[in-house]
Write a protein that binds this ligand. Structure first.
Ligand code: AMP
Ligand code: TRP
Length: 334
């Protein structure tokens, strides 16, 4: 890798097909940052194990996600793209970092409490340590920039503090403190218009959906709840259909909808039709490109293994310094 402005690392759990929240919150930045940074992108399958009770679909979900990434313009020639479990040093660094992590800090995190609420029967040890593994991901590759959606900000802050504690405890600068980076849309709401778009809430719109599926999802979107009849004026400021128009619809048309909605000049059905058509036009090239990758799953695994081999070299460089700083014996003589 050539050294550009710095090093970028980000990861996402293999949830299968990605949605427009992932796309506008994270993937668009992953693609853009490739121009100026050395970028490393990881499908974090070990993290996924913290909440899964079956791993039946894990490999397929890994592929589905990789295909969306590649189709969106993430480029394995310019960046390292790999699967977390393929570079084993991350579990070693996770263990070492866990020793500088106060347990109470983990159990106090809002993200942990949310998982406990969602799934009270599966509170495993790994789930508590989720942010420590994430810190290990970032620190292992000495990344200073971490593109994520806003929901991950507490985790990146946690990683920064973990690195600081490690460097302080062992009087070293072996690890680098990371900082988060957001897109201009760091939190996309789902079709319910209330919650963050998320696969587990089934309020998402997939990038790789067909045009018909996309239109059907858009038509289900919740708009301004106070607008009951077509003749009622609407309020675009609280309407998620309007928010999404800003991503897919030319600015002049967005300005027109803004005016027409407020005076009931346009109805929600027509407004959604325009959105669905623009969304389908926007994602048409991505969907076409994706088909090429879908036809070659073996090629995708080769690409991911190649990425892991390149990532392993960087990981081992860091671990040599970490082991020395901690006082563990070196693996190689000399
Ligand atoms: P996840 O699929 O939850 O592992 O998220 C992968 C990446 O997408 C992370 O950087 C998230 O912060 C981001 N992300 C997920 N959902 C949304 C959303 N609704 N709006 C913005 N960013 C999101
Ligand atoms: N926790 C992140 C999420 O749920 C995924 C993740 C794991 C990650 N390791 C990371 C994100 C390192 C950024 C950097 O989306």
């Amino acid at each position: 890798m050539t050294s550009k402005k710095g090093r970028v690392f980000s990861g996402a759990r293999p949830t299968g097909r990605q949605h427009i929240g992932n796309y506008f919150g994270a993937i668009r930045n992953y693609v853009k940052l490739q121009d100026d940074y050395d970028c490393i992108y990881c499908i974090v399958d070990l993290h996924a194990l913290t909440t899964l009770d079956t791993t039946r679909d894990l490999r397929q979900n890994t592929l589905e996600m990789a295909w969306d990434w590649l189709a969106a313009g993430m480029d394995p020639k310019r960046s390292i793209i790999f699967v977390q479990s393929m570079v084993r040093q991350v579990t070693e660094l996770h263990t070492i970092l866990s020793m500088v992590t106060p347990l109470g800090k983990l159990t106090d995190l809002p993200t942990f409490k949310e998982k406990v609420r969602e799934n009270p029967k599966n509170i495993n040890y790994g789930l508590v340590g989720y942010p420590v593994l994430m810190s290990a991901d970032i620190a292992l590759y000495r990344a200073d920039v971490v593109p994520v959606g806003i929901d991950q900000a507490p985790h990146v802050e946690f990683a920064r503090e973990t690195v600081r504690s490690f460097n302080f405890r062992y009087n070293t600068n072996a690890l680098i403190e990371p900082k988060e980076k957001f897109t201009e849309f760091p939190k996309i709401l789902g079709i319910d218009g209330v919650n963050k778009m998320s696969k587990s809430l089934n309020n998402d719109i997939e990038l790789a959906a067909t045009a018909e599926e996309t239109t059907a999802r858009v038509m289900q979107m919740v708009t301004d709840p106070a607008r009951q009849r077509r003749s009622d004026p609407g309020n675009p400021d609280i309407c998620n259909v309007f928010s999404l128009h800003k991503m897919f619809t030319p600015p002049e048309k967005v300005a027109e909808i803004n005016i027409e909605c407020r005076r009931a000049g346009i109805g929600c059905v027509d407004c959604k039709r325009i959105l669905a058509a623009n969304m389908n036009a926007y994602f048409a090239p991505l969907r076409e490109k994706r088909r090429v990758f879908e036809n070659d799953p073996e090629g995708t695994w080769d690409m991911l293994r190649d990425g892991a081999a390149r990532a392993s070299l960087l990981a081992e460089e860091t671990m040599v310094d970490v082991r020395a700083a901690v006082g563990l014996p070196a693996l190689q003589k000399g």
